[in-house]
Design a protein around this ligand. Structure first.
Ligand code: SAM
Ligand code: SF4
Length: 326
């Protein structure tokens, strides 16, 4: 089925669905130490509501869904939800983003359900893991890493590049991309830490790219899908690739195919907007599937040109990525 097209001619085929705002970690760039103002459970979309909305999105031609959070594996019965979601006849691709702490034991059962896993890992050093996340769990994340590889689940690592914290480890992450058939993606830090929000960053995509070429002069670009957010590079003899994601510089907005739904049902047509509608409220007020479809299409037809425009119209409230889903 053809994907709906927005007011700038961009096909929208990808939904990022945050199923919870709760998390077992407190990554410094995502949440304050004391956590965020978690919403009462009654405000979160139920699995029944999530399934209904996902079916509606797929019936509109949005055929790729990424489950995120908060930490998705913290939500009870997430495995059952994923199995049910996979049954949607129009869904082409189902992926998940996880911090990996609770993930490994679910993977054997999910190997045929998931088309890929994005594993977030910002350091390869156990003590530094604790400093960045303010929690323990490094060994469990590595277990998830190796289990996913053993099960042949396509694996991408998400590494947020943090000045003075993990930039010394870039060569070690690059070595992983050479050794394993994975994508190691270096992400610009974005202003969603739930507290002050960075307004400038030292490690821009340009600087990361230059640094990667400095580490491996033989790097060359890899072709990606038209709506990819990561620029990918590989080198002779490598099994994997490295990537750069300009989430702060926002250089990929012209081809953005993504919309988002927060754990409380807020529809976002841009990562940087403040939310354009609340689909949960509409569902709970008795809206029909057709009415929900019209609302979604209405907002797809009124998207911001890019993340800068969206940010200008947003309230001056610093969001946490845990409520947006990344
Ligand atoms: N808890 C899961 C995890 O960490 O993978 C899923 C949710 S997390 C919000 C999704 C992604 O957003 C992670 O890869 C995380 O590193 C990234 N992220 C969170 N805050 C960020 C920020 N301020 N800038 C850039 N990426 C961020
Ligand atoms: Fe939790 Fe993921 Fe945010 Fe870290 S980045 S605090 S793991 S939601």
């Amino acid at each position: 089925m053809a994907a709906p097209v927005d007011n700038y001619g961009r096909p929208i085929r990808y939904l990022r669905l945050a199923v919870t705002d709760r998390c077992n970690l407190r990554c410094q760039y995502c949440m304050p130490a004391e956590g965020i103002d978690f919403r009462p459970r009654s405000e979160l979309l139920t699995y029944e509501e999530l399934l209904r909305l996902c079916r509606i999105f797929t019936e509109l031609g949005i055929d790729k869904i990424r489950i995120t959070g908060g930490e998705p594996f913290l939500r009870k019965d997430i495995d059952q939800f994923l199995l049910q979601l996979r049954q949607l006849p129009l869904l082409q691709k189902l992926t998940i983003t996880t911090n990996g702490v609770f993930t490994a034991r679910f993977l054997p059962q999910l190997a045929d359900v998931l088309d890929g896993i994005n594993l977030s890992l910002d350091t390869l050093q156990p003590e530094k893991f604790e400093r960045i996340t303010r929690r323990q769990g490094f060994a469990k994340v590595m277990e998830t890493f190796h289990t996913a590889l053993e099960l042949n689940i396509p694996l991408k690592l998400n590494v947020v590049v943090l000045e003075g914290i993990n930039t010394d480890e870039l060569p070690d992450f690059v070595a992983l991309a050479a050794q394993y058939p994975i994508h190691v993606r270096f992400i610009e830090q974005m202003p969603f830490d739930g507290k002050q929000g960075a307004t400038a960053i030292q490690w821009t995509a340009d600087r990361i790219r230059q640094h990667l070429h400095h580490i491996v002069p033989a790097l060359h670009p890899v072709a990606t899908e038209a709506d990819a957010t990561a620029e990918l590079f590989t080198a002779p003899g490598w099994r994997g690739a490295v990537g750069v994601i300009a989430g702060f510089s926002r250089t990929f907005c012209h081809s953005c195919s993504r919309i988002r739904l927060t754990p409380v049902g807020v529809l976002k047509t841009c990562l940087y907007d403040q939310g354009v509608d609340n689909l949960r409220d509409r569902l709970r007020a008795g809206a029909t599937d057709e009415a929900i479809k019209q609302v979604i299409l209405h907002h797809i037809g009124r998207r911001f040109r890019d993340g800068y425009e969206a940010e200008r119209f947003a309230l001056p409230v610093v969001q946490s990525m845990a409520t947006i889903g990344g």
